[in-house]
Design a protein. Sequence first.
Length: 506
Amino acid sequence: MSLKMKSYVLLSLFGILTLLIAIHQFSPSIGVATNSVQTDINYESRYAGLDIEFVSKHSEDYTTSISKPVTSSQKVNEKIEAWLTEQEEQFLEDVHKLKSSGTLDVQANLNIQLETNPLAEQQYHLLFHVYQFMGGANGQESLHSLTVDVASGKLITIEQILDTNHVQFTDIHTLLVNALIEEGIDDIYQEELSTTMNNPSLWTWTTNEEGLTLHFDEYEIAAGSNGPIHVTLPFDEISDYIKDDWKRVWELVEETPTESEEQAEDEHHSTDVHEPDQIIKEKEEQDPPQEDILFEPNQLEKDGKYIALTFDDGPHPRITPQILETLESFDARATFYMLGTQVDFYPELAIEVALSGHEIGNHTMNHMNMTTLNREQLVRELADTTSMIEEVIGITPTTMRPPYGIYNQQVVDVSTELNLAIVNWSVDSEDWRSREVGAIKEMVFKDAANGRIVLFHDIHQATADALPAVMEQLQAEGYQFVTVSELLELEQSNLDIGPHSRRVIE
């Protein structure tokens, strides 16, 4: 064969190969999900400049649940990340030591909760509640606070607010002792309290409309039976120590603004600091109406083929909208087990989920291992979440999913009292483990059957990416997508419905 002929054959083969590749890429008939959804929707947090990222891990030895604030400032994020990493690494080191010594007889738990309070415009108090459980009757609680200005990327210290060099500053110690006694705390560790009060840089503090609140860990300044202590010193009692800029913020002084100040206020409609009451009022005025939201389960035919898709740990500002679009493309309803902290940060998105016809379930406030909590803590985790969902969305959840699927008889009792049915799952996509599209699809198809409840998490991109193909195949196999409540109302003895986790702790 001549060189010219060989070149012609090679070019022809190359052309055919190119054509086949193009067909494979663009033809919906060759393994490409026709219902894939791409969206750039990203819901904003109710706290301007501040988002929240929920991170959870679990193994046979431990579980961790961390609510991590993410600001628009990289400097602030690095400080937060460094502290959270230190907490997690120390916890894992302690777990390793206990396991190595053979004294780890429970699944250890680390939970870091976030309480967010506005201080001023894009300035927030971030109060971290750290809960660790490694056995015994109770876990250990500690507190840590950061006050951040996300606009400037700086932390706000107590020394910027109070004149700690004031000659009479030690009077605050006396005010605090009196406040503690009024709270019924008389077994005070005076030496430890003095050490703390003499070092304002070590204070764990926040403010609210009433005054300055100081937070103390369990055993830090009083007997452990008191638990963590929170004492508020009214502004009018400490006004002598508050610097002038912050007196104006809290309206502790009366002053007439200059003409230039009035002009600046008119132009910008804000100063560097805003009263917390004003910020809260503005947020309330922006909240969308809730009265039109009502979830009603459909009556299912008994001879149908049904599967319930459920999504935990959201809503997530970027992932949840993608999942909503996929569900809409299949005209499907699902159940979203929401965390109270996520609903607080993304109320508009939580409302959108409900308005789209999906069921909202209670997944606790902070994703704690419920078997490590006492009765009071259990009630608070569930009741506060229900209240949050009622306040934001306007509906009352009727089912709840315990974090990690773990519960005991006390959880059953409290849930029953709060009219919450416990629902786990019968198919685990393990998206939390693999974070990989192919593995997620394999796990779902392996166990999918009529009446099953599928566990997903609407906080992972891989879940959103896998969902169109998963739903397309399930639909092709004749499944109808329903909510948990719809499935539970279908009283068929041959259906294998939840709860299913088999992770009950006696």
